[in-house]
Design a protein around this ligand. Structure first.
Ligand SMILES: [Zn+2]
Length: 475
């Protein structure tokens, strides 16, 4: 598990994450929902966000969401679930291609059905084209002041949830004349929320799943809102959306013939493993031990403790715990991956290679694990490994073309081979993936002078040199 391809460090709040919290907050007020967003920021909404990447969790979430997308007729849209490294409870959509969910929401969900319920609701927004409709609404109302006002509402809610620190800013942003527009927009968003609930229950029923998890989560959210109510705008206090929405949803959910349907035990175990992994990677060792005390010898508890030990403690002790997990499930690719990651981050790159090769094989070439193996090979600085690393990285990048860290590794691997032209091209691609178009162009221009004119690599370099610069980067 990594954050944007690098080892997860202490939680940092980036300006982008803060802005996102504000923009998505109207959503929270109505128990999530679509976040209004300036149209210009659409190209690559994920840039700059603290994104958790993990093969095991991503595969599980794909397994959760795929049947729902299919039921909604959206299976062909290539919609991806993106996990944000944020402890707060939230899930939302900002464009037509991603469903965002916070690690906190995944951790809070006790069953697969709860997460699947959230995905069903978000898919309801996507299927209903709600983002487009909301943007039209905002455009109609000649937006600038309204967007500012919405951000004000967001600041109140976000501030209330963060303990009130942002409350004052939010209050200041809402002035009396705007309140009428505000109420009408909130009412409009509320309608979209009801529609997303209805659609969500429909998709769950179509896939023979219960909406009880969705209900549980929204109820939990309603009590959170109540708890933070003393900081909130009086309008929000007198109109407790989530509570009465929960009542409508409850009636709807219980009318389904699948109300009593349960998650398959194997899926529940994978879910518990995900929560254990999130705890091990993101929580302090004391917290991990409190949740998963030594007396708990279940696989998830052993997983959480093994991860926490490698993250905060003794590498040798961690490897012993991970070897114990491997002994229990020799073909679990993520145990081998964990062993490799622990050794690599502990500075034992050569020792990491064997477990990571095994992980790549049993995961059927999961691209993120291929990248990790390549990283270990490159870190040994042995020329004999460079070709294998190049092959792995090119294979992984075909499926994950926006991973800047993998292009960096590719540049190093080509450098170890003495192939400076391809090293320049890979560095250019890394800069481009990070949004640094200026550096990308300089490196790509240099790569072009070293590559045979018209070769595939030359064409890729030329694409970067001639790409139109986004207006925000022009200076
Ligand atoms: Zn919603």
């Amino acid at each position: 598990m990594t954050e944007n391809g690098t080892p997860i460090r202490a939680r940092r709040v980036t300006p982008a994450a803060r802005a996102l919290a504000l923009v998505s907050a109207l959503a929270i007020a109505a128990a999530d929902g679509p976040a209004p967003q300036p149209a210009r920021a659409q190209e690559r909404v994920t840039t700059g966000l603290p994104i958790i990447r993990d093969s095991e969790i991503e595969q599980l979430l794909r397994d959760y969401v795929t049947p729902i997308l299919k039921a909604a007729g959206l299976a062909q849209q290539n919609i991806r679930v993106v996990i944000l490294n944020d402890r707060g409870f939230n899930a939302f959509v900002m464009d037509g291609r991603h469903i965002f969910i916070n690690a906190g929401a995944l951790f809070d969900a006790k069953t697969p059905n709860e997460v699947i319920g959230v995905f069903a609701h978000e898919t309801g927004h996507l299927a209903g084209g709600h983002l487009m409709k909301l943007r039209e609404r905002l455009a109609e109302a000649q937006t600038q002041s309204i967007v500012a006002m919405l951000l004000g509402v967001g600041a109140i809610v976000a501030g209330a949830r963060a303990g009130g620190s942002g409350g004052q800013i939010g209050s200041a942003a809402i002035t009396a004349p705007q309140s009428i527009i505000q109420h009408s927009l909130l009412a409009y968003v509320r309608t979209q929320e009801d529609q997303a609930d209805h659609a969500g229950v429909k998709f769950l029923t179509m896939t023979h799943q219960s909406a009880s998890g969705m209900l549980t989560l929204f109820k939990r959210l309603a009590s959170d809102t109540l708890y933070s109510g003393r900081y909130a705008d009086p309008y929000l206090q007198t109109h407790p959306f989530p509570a009465d929405r929960a009542a409508t949803l409850e009636q709807l959910a219980k009318s389904s013939p699948y109300w009593d349907a349960k998650d398959p035990p194997a899926l529940q175990l994978r879910h518990d493993m995900m929560r254990a992994k999130l705890s091990g990677f993101l929580e302090r060792p004391e917290t991990v031990l409190r949740r998963y005390p030594l007396s708990n010898t279940s696989l998830p508890a052993r997983y959480a403790r093994a991860i926490s030990t490698y993250r905060h403690g003794d590498l040798r002790a961690a490897i012993a715990l991970i070897d114990g997990l491997i002994q229990t499930e020799p073909n679990n690719p993520y145990f081998h991956e964990l062993k490799g990651q622990a050794l690599l981050e502990g500075g034992h790159s050569a020792d990491a290679i064997a477990p990571l090769r095994r992980a790549v094989a049993v995961s059927h070439q999961a691209p993120l694990i291929e990248m990790l193996l390549a990283q270990a090979l490159v870190a040994t600085d042995r020329k004999t490994y460079a070709d294998e690393a190049v092959g792995l990285l090119n294979s992984a990048l075909r499926r994950e073309p926006e991973a800047p860290g993998a292009y960096d590794q590719l540049a190093m691997a080509y450098g170890q081979k003495g192939d400076l032209a391809h090293a320049d091209l890979a560095s250019a691609q890394a800069a481009f993936a990070r949004g640094d178009v200026k550096t990308a162009r300089q490196l790509a221009s240099r790569a072009k002078t070293r590559l045979p004119v018209g070769s595939p690599a030359w064409v890729r370099a030329d694409d970067i040199v001639t790409v139109k610069m986004p207006s925000s980067n022009q200076h």
